[in-house]
Design a protein around this ligand. Structure first.
Ligand code: TYD
Length: 203
């Protein structure tokens, strides 16, 4: 099973992914954790390039292709092998991040990015995606912009959030919207419940 966590900056998806990993550990289920961009040697180099705040002159298309290069490497080197060993793959961000941030935020176009995602991943999609939804106001309150992409303003984040909500509507079988304004414990409980229900259904 392949599970991704998505959300705008400050949504708490990192915390939730971590809690979910602890849960998998307790249940003794085999898993791997990956984060994007990064997760491989070349991916971590790309991460540095992309997120350094002084690197301001990356064009939208170059930015997208760097995210996709990192993803292509991660899929072939880490995710696909783990899935064939029947491990649960937990990803902090995956395809939907590029659709929301580059497709909508950077205005490259949602369909264009979906097509390029397919190329980069050979069509691999998560079985289940937890999209942790918060308002842009909450995001701005929680985060003091620390990386190049996070330092984009209110309008940018609003566009990104709208795109996530649109994706969740279009792919409602895969993407579950989780209310990120609730407490950490409440959100975790909901995530575990959804995961267990899905697991039962696929058995
Ligand atoms: P991340 O390290 O997950 O930061 P955070 O902990 O704030 O969620 O992601 C770093 C930034 O990279 C984040 O602002 C979103 C951006 N990003 C994209 O723009 N496109 C992508 O495809 C991915 C994977 C991330």
């Amino acid at each position: 099973m392949f599970i991704s966590f998505e959300g705008i900056d400050g949504s708490g998806k990192g915390t939730q992914a971590e809690l979910f990993l602890k849960y998998l550990e307790q249940r003794k289920l085999p898993y791997i954790y990956v984060r994007e961009p990064g997760g491989t040697a070349v991916g971590e180099m790309i991460r540095e390039l992309l997120l350094q705040s002084h690197c301001t002159s990356i064009s939208p298309k170059a930015e997208l292709l760097l995210f996709l290069a990192s993803r292509a490497q991660l899929v072939s080197q880490v995710i696909s092998p783990a899935l064939s060993e029947h491990k649960i793959v937990v990803a902090d961000r995956f395809i939907d991040s590029s659709v929301a941030y580059q497709g909508a935020g950077r205005k490259i176009g949602l369909q264009e990015v979906e097509r390029l995602n397919d190329f980069a991943t050979d069509g691999l999609k998560p079985d289940l995606t937890f999209y942790i939804d918060i308002t842009v106001e909450t995001s701005m309150k929680r985060k003091k912009a620390s990386d190049r992409i996070e330092s984009e303003g209110y309008e940018f984040l609003r566009t990104v959030r709208d795109a996530y909500l649109d994706l969740a509507r279009r792919y409602h079988n895969r993407i579950v919207i989780v209310d990120g304004e609730k407490t950490v414990e409440e959100i975790h409980k909901q995530i575990v419940e959804i995961f267990e229900r899905r697991g039962e259904r696929s058995r």
